[in-house]
Design a protein around this ligand. Structure first.
Ligand SMILES: *Cc1c(COP(=O)(O)O)cnc(C)c1O
Length: 399
């Protein structure tokens, strides 16, 4: 039985490899940052594919804060929150997140995957409807699957299609619209102003996952509510501490007190999974202090995005419009996207080539993720490599 099962898996794995979809891991032997070293390569590599938007992954002030929390509050919690796993630091971080998003209360999770996975099932039943953007993150999709509510799906950021879903769900007891703030493949921002208008017209709640948008979009980087001036109109935010907010780990849901209270009572990833480690919590508190003191990192990130985009457009690349820190360099052809990424790697630049089924057929691209941690010289090196490879592969005409 076991042999047969292992053979079955080996065959499936071979199929994944044959389809070119097998995921290999690069082994980094330095802290996560703009310039990294990788096992098996002498060359220093510039990293343009981490979610390290504010460049905080190796920030010395956060490392110090983590060490301080280790000394003061120990290594592990060895408990779930409600049994004996809540420290003063957890409450302090929850308050900091509520302040950041202008909400009443916050609940921490081990990851945003858990925040989304545990959001819908405790709040909604078969009498209700969840209306979800078709490009929402896997964790929202899984969270919706775990809930008995009616499921409706609208085309990415398509407001006419969202309205169709709202009409279809108009007889349900409660309706909630769920969307990512920034979609990770195109880097496009959800049109929250229009979503909120439709929600008000059809009496629906609004939930947004700020994982790729918090720290990035909005005038001071506070996310989509700031960008679209939607404070008070978005009911529930989820997000991660694993991207802009330091990059370690942890997730959260923040919103009205009654919702957060109910999640503390009923949300399964919260009730049945260990509390966040004190070092991460302590560093995260320090991180929100840093962001409250200055917009400098956000400003630098936006300058980097603007610089990179304008130089790439000038060079003749086809780049999707973005208000986020994700730049999709369109190549359209699947094989070309893989060849391009491989050539970039030879130049010491890590970027990711995406093609079907991760993006629609004929929409292959290189995704570049910019960071406040990139300096001008590093950006120029990446742009020069893009131009060199672009010419070599015939994406750019020789000048
Ligand atoms: C990254 C991401 C998550 C998962 O966050 P983790 O904290 O790493 O689990 C959830 N939702 C969205 C939209 C994301 O981009």
């Amino acid at each position: 039985m076991k042999d047969r099962f292992i053979k079955h898996l080996e065959k499936e794995l071979a199929d994944i490899r044959d389809a070119g979809l097998y995921k290999n891991e690069r082994i980094i032997v330095t802290p996560q940052r703009a310039d990294i070293e990788v096992e098996g390569s002498e060359q220093e590599v510039l990293n343009f594919c981490a979610n390290n938007y504010l460049g905080l992954s190796d920030n010395s002030r956060l490392i110090e804060a983590a060490k301080h929390a280790l000394d003061e509050r120990g290594y592990g919690m060895s408990s779930v929150r409600f049994i004996c796993g809540t420290q003063d630091l957890h409450k302090e971080l929850e308050r900091a997140i509520s302040d950041y998003f202008h909400t009443e209360d916050t609940i921490l999770y081990a990851a945003c995957f858990d925040a989304n996975g545990g959001l819908f099932e405790p709040l909604f039943t078969e009498e209700d409807a969840i209306i979800s953007d078709s490009l929402n993150h896997a964790s929202i999709i899984d969270g919706v699957r775990l809930c008995k509510a009616k499921r409706l799906r609208y085309a990415n950021a398509d407001m006419a299609d969202l309205e169709r879903c709202l009409q279809e769900a108009k007889d349900c007891r409660f309706r909630i619209i769920a969307t990512d703030g920034v979609f990770s493949m195109d880097g496009n921002v959800a049109p929250m102003d229009k979503i909120c208008e439709l929600a008000e017209k059809y009496d629906a709640l609004v939930m947004v996952d700020e994982s790729h948008s918090a720290g990035v979009v909005g005038k001071t980087g506070h996310g989509v509510a700031e960008q679209f001036d939607c404070y008070g109109r978005i009911d529930i935010f989820t997000g991660t501490l694993g991207k802009s907010f330091g990059g370690a780990m942890g997730g959260f849901t923040t919103g009205p007190k009654a919702i957060i209270d109910m999640l503390r009572q009923r949300s399964r990833p919260y009730l049945f999974s260990n509390s966040l480690a004190p070092s991460i919590v302590g560093a995260s508190i320090e991180m929100f202090k840093m962001l409250a003191e200055s917009d400098e990192l956000h400003t630098r990130l936006m300058e980097n995005v603007e610089y990179f985009r304008s130089k790439m457009l000038e060079a003749g690349f086809d780049i999707k419009p973005t208000q986020s820190a994700i730049c999709a360099v369109m190549l359209y052809d699947a094989k070309l996207s893989q060849d391009f990424a491989a050539e970039m790697q030879k130049e010491g630049i890590y970027v990711t080539g995406f093609y079907y089924p991760v993006v629609p057929k004929g929409q292959a691209r290189i995704r570049v993720q910019l960071s406040a941690g990139h300096n001008r010289k590093q950006l120029d090196r990446a742009i020069d490599a893009f131009i060199k490879v672009g010419k070599k592969l015939g994406v750019l005409k020789e000048a």
